[in-house]
Design a binder for this molecule. Structure first.
Ligand SMILES: [Ca+2]
Ligand SMILES: [Ca+2]
Ligand SMILES: [Ca+2]
Ligand SMILES: [Ca+2]
Length: 366
């Protein structure tokens, strides 16, 4: 009796299933194993006070999701080679990221104000319910204030999901006012060890949603006296400014370790484009304009990154723009902490001691 067809061809069928399986696995590993295109971003630019940004460059303790953690790596805003926002969710899977911290420094007679911006191509989670809980492009900001007379970091302001927190240490002349202080600042020396005279403020960044907080706010990260550190959820990376001979590139280990970042000037790279109207609108990098105006500047201020991925009823444009710094996220003061922090802080906090409101070489002029 002839064997049943199935019996007869079973070895062949097995072979075919095996071949399909092998193809599938190799396709999956092809996609995952570094077949990404090189990072296509432009080289960083330095501004006049770059040395101040280096001296006070923050230590960023960034929690990472141990499964989708590549989405928690700091990126440059033009990783895919353009300053277009609405292709970034898609291009995230195509290009390598380049850990970058954007900065802008303002100077008065008495203080330096250092604005920092962190960017990720995706604000994400494992199961979106499309209520703007995930979105294309993610930006969050923070700011460090340095007293020039004793070169001390006296204030840290951080942004998380359109809200913000303020931190200052006792004895530095900054107390709660209309806005209450949320805690103290963890200061680190150049090696990342806690030190009262350290010049590097430490911040914590959440996985997935990427909100920023002072490192002492909660138990998310613990930094030991020797500079070693541990994340409460286990998985996370310390990003710190690159030293002179270090290469900056996307890390292969996304769950632990220390990764260098490069500093790139917003004042040099983004401000001229914003000023000239080339940065804002559908199809550009940023969108969602409101007007910010004070005695120094009147500007159409973009609140968000531009995007086109459906993410919920509040619209596609969600990630916070690098210029949208203030105690709240509403008009007309949004932008005040970026363009006029020397005026804005005394409106919200009690500040004693020297405090000039006159900027030196104010760069945001037309
Ligand atoms: Ca892009
Ligand atoms: Ca898109
Ligand atoms: Ca976010
Ligand atoms: Ca838009």
């Amino acid at each position: 009796m002839k064997p049943h067809l199935y019996q007869r061809y079973r070895p062949l069928l097995k072979l075919a299933i095996l071949a399909v399986f092998v193809l599938f696995i190799s396709a999956a590993s092809f996609a995952q194993s570094g077949q990404l295109l090189s990072n296509a971003g432009a080289a960083p630019i330095q501004e006049r006070l770059h040395h101040i940004a280096e001296r006070y460059a923050p230590f960023i303790y960034h929690a990472t999701d141990d499964e989708g953690g590549r989405q928690d790596i700091l990126s440059n805003i033009d990783f895919d080679g353009d300053l277009v926002g609405n292709n970034n969710w898609e291009n995230f899977d195509r290009y390598k990221l380049n850990p970058t911290v954007y900065y802008a420094v303002l100077e008065t007679e008495t203080h330096y104000f250092l604005s920092f911006h962190l960017f990720h191509p995706r604000d994400w989670n494992h199961f979106t319910i499309y209520l703007n809980d995930t979105h294309e492009n993610d930006g969050e900001n923070f700011q460090v204030v340095v007293r020039k007379s004793d070169e001390r970091v006296v204030l840290l302001w951080t942004q998380a999901h359109y809200l913000s927190d303020v931190y200052a240490n006792p004895g530095d002349g900054i107390k709660s006012g209309k806005t209450s202080l949320d805690g103290e600042i963890l200061l680190l020396d150049d090696n990342g060890a806690p030190s009262d005279s350290g010049t590097h403020a430490a911040v914590f960044v959440e996985a997935q949603g990427h909100g920023i907080y002072g490192a002492l706010d909660g138990d998310d990260v613990v930094v030991q006296p020797d500079g070693s550190f541990m994340f409460d959820d286990g998985s996370g990376i310390l990003f710190r400014a690159a030293r002179s001979d270090e290469i900056v590139e996307e890390p292969s280990n996304i769950t632990s370790g220390t990764v260098p970042y490069k500093l790139d000037s917003m004042t040099m790279k983004l401000w001229p484009l914003l000023r000239d109207g080339q940065l804002t609108g559908d199809g550009k990098l940023l969108d969602g304009t409101v007007t910010y105006s004070d005695e120094l500047i009147t500007i159409d201020l973009p609140r968000y990154y531009d995007a086109n991925r459906f993410s919920g009823p509040f619209g596609h444009d969600r990630g916070i723009s690098p210029f949208a710094l203030d105690f709240s996220f509403s008009k007309p003061t949004l932008g005040a902490l970026f363009f006029n922090p020397a005026k804005r802080y005394p409106e919200q906090l009690k500040i004693t001691g020297e405090w000039s409101t006159q900027f030196i070489q104010y760069p945001f002029t037309r």
